[in-house]
Design a protein around this ligand. Structure first.
Ligand code: ATP
Ligand code: MG
Length: 577
């Protein structure tokens, strides 16, 4: 029987229930809809703390939270989980909003700040005190671990556990009024000091902390803990499915306990999934902050960072990031994902959409000895072989060109089919040329000019007699070429899991010193009109993004998003050239 036929009549749906759920979260949501739980509503939330920029791991959570809501006709709230005054700021709030929107998601009117709930949270705490489910505790934080104990043995009750409701109400009010120093007292839930789950051994709900909050200023000197605040925020907003990462699984009994203790009629349910880990980078906000503040990278949008801002500046598209998240999927098992998967997604997309162009990243002059001085021809280059509707463009050709230094070898290795003295090669779209010689700079020994002769009968690059020419190389006309800055990126770290370096090792010592390489390239003249923020495939060299900030008219700056295939292995080799 189909899910839509089985669902109860009273369930209000704005979208059909998908027939085949693709993961366990969607299965649970579908089951709840079938059973009429939450009256058929699906309300999720994405709750970042505004203490840093979002990264690719958050993108996964965003795709899950917003994706599930959209698929089931629900809504997803964007909530700034700002109950901790330290390190939160409006800069981060704005960056988070920008990034979620850029990823393609819309929270409609449902944008919230947890700090707006402080008064209601305080009321909830008072309610718990009245129900004898919370008490003010004077045991200093450092001593509490002796009370809490270890999972296999019951803990020791706080000597303040039996305070009267009146005394607790009075002390809690005075905590709020600022009568006690920071850390002198806290409010604890009264749950179970023998529970094998340490989170249920009278966890802290409120602590005294004199620290101005970026939104509430110094109105408060007590702040709720995450464990207390989060379920309340979810319940206040009518969240149905609170999707979070696996580390919160052990907090779920406390989440449920609080909502039950406060008698919320339709408490949200928390469902955990595995967080995204990506190799050769860090996803901890603390470490990202350290890299940015310490100047190890050029700001939050450094294209080497796994931040959404960095990925955007590098040239990745929101659709490629969403496709990456879809392919990563939702599971209960932590794994390590290779960035190569994101590269695959962006290549797959740009192959269809990016216009081609010729750019010589490491230029060396090629002179065609028998080509008439001063003659200029124009060849037609195809803008995208995958999409004829993208048309063609003219590229000028003359006696002096630039070609890639690596496309010439005096003593070629096996399987080298490019420029070699005495051999013939095809200049893409133009002519067949045979290398006749080359010159080295006497000072450096580097090849500074290559010479060749062309076959005038091979116009367009086809041999008149059908002779076979294996190699094809790209080129630009030297007098017409435009100089461009090119930025090549490599992985930011040398080790697979820089987040997991052994104790005593500074993760920054594993940074890759060659993660950024800047080149002065010669590119075809049509790129003078490259709009900042546009993407190209430079033939044989990869996909590039006209940097939206540093590009100038007539002086473009291109970030390499990704090489054409097999990104890392090939890049590592190039870096060693
Ligand atoms: P920190 O780095 O300080 O631990 P955080 O990454 O958990 O912080 P939050 O702002 O609390 O940052 O995250 C917001 C949401 O994004 C949370 O629901 C969290 O579970 C989710 N999230 C964070 N990191 C990842 C990740 N690597 N993969 C999937 N989801 C993540
Ligand atoms: Mg967190």
């Amino acid at each position: 029987m189909s899910a839509s036929r089985r669902r109860d009549e009273h369930i209000k749906m704005t979208a059909p229930i998908p027939e085949a759920p693709s993961d366990f979260i969607r299965e649970i949501v579908q089951e709840d809809l079938r059973n009429g739980r939450y009256g058929g509503r699906v309300v999720t939330r994405f709750p970042p703390e505004p203490n840093g920029y979002l990264h690719i791991g958050h993108a996964k959570a965003v795709c899950v939270d917003f994706g599930v809501a959209m698929e089931f006709g629900g809504v997803c709230h964007l909530r700034m989980d700002d109950t901790n005054p330290a390190k939160e700021s409006m800069e981060f709030v704005e960056a988070i909003r920008r990034d979620v929107r850029w990823l393609g998601f819309d929270w409609g009117p449902h944008f919230y700040f947890s700090a707006d709930y402080f008064e209601r949270m305080y009321e909830c705490a008072v309610q718990l005190i009245r129900k004898r489910l919370a008490y003010v505790c004077d045991v200093p934080q450092e001593e509490w671990k002796h009370y809490r104990g270890i999972p296999t043995q019951p803990g020791k009750p706080s000597p303040y556990r039996n305070r009267s409701v009146e005394e607790n109400l009075d002390l809690f009010a005075r905590m709020r009024a600022g009568e006690f120093p920071d850390g002198a007292r806290c409010l604890r839930a009264l749950i179970d000091m023998a529970s094998p789950n340490l989170h249920l051994r009278d966890p802290v709900l409120y602590r005294i902390l004199r620290m101005p909050h970026y939104r509430t200023g110094d109105r408060w000197c007590i702040y709720p803990t995450y464990d207390f605040a989060h379920p309340l925020e979810d319940a206040f907003e009518g969240i149905t499915h609170s999707l979070c990462t696996l580390e919160f699984e052990v907090h779920r009994p406390l989440y449920d306990w609080l909502l039950q203790a406060l008698e919320f009629p339709e408490p949200p349910r928390q469902i955990e999934f595995a967080r995204l880990n990506v190799s050769y980078t860090v996803l901890s906000k603390r470490r990202l902050l350290e890299l940015v503040q310490g100047g190890f990278v050029n700001g939050w949008d450094d294209p080497r960072l796994p931040t959404i801002a960095g990925l955007r500046r590098r040239g990745y598209t929101p659709s490629a990031i969403r496709e990456f998240c879809r392919r990563v999927g939702v599971t209960k098992f932590d794994g390590l994902t290779d960035m190569a998967l994101l590269d695959f997604c962006i290549r797959d997309e740009l192959n269809m959409t990016a216009p081609r162009a010729m750019a010589v990243l490491d230029p060396v002059r090629l002179v065609i000895e028998n080509y008439p001085d001063g003659q200029v021809e124009e060849f037609e280059a195809v803008n995208n072989p995958e999409d004829a509707s993208m048309g063609v463009r003219p590229v000028p050709f003359c006696k002096t060109l630039y070609v890639e230094r690596e496309d010439f070898e005096e003593h070629p290795p096996k399987n080298f089919f490019r420029l070699v003295p005495g051999r013939e090669v095809r200049l893409r779209y133009a002519y067949l040329v045979t290398c006749t010689g080359f010159e080295r700079d006497p000072a450096t020994g580097r090849v500074c000019e290559i010479r060749c002769r062309y076959d005038p009968a091979s116009r367009g690059g086809n041999a008149p007699d059908g002779r076979r020419v294996k190699g094809t190389i790209h080129w630009v006309s030297a007098p017409h070429a435009l100089e461009a800055e090119i930025r090549l990126y490599d992985r930011l770290f040398l080790v697979e899991e820089p987040d997991n370096v052994p104790d005593g090792v500074d993760f920054k010592s594993t940074l890759n010193p060659e993660s950024l390489k800047t080149l002065r390239a010669m590119v075809e003249p049509s790129l003078a009109s490259a709009a900042p923020g546009s993407r190209y495939q430079f033939e044989r060299k990869g996909y590039f993004f006209a940097d939206p900030i540093d590009s100038r008219p007539g002086r473009p700056v291109f970030n390499r998003i990704v090489p054409l295939r097999d990104s890392w292995a090939k890049q590592a080799r190039n870096a060693n050239d």
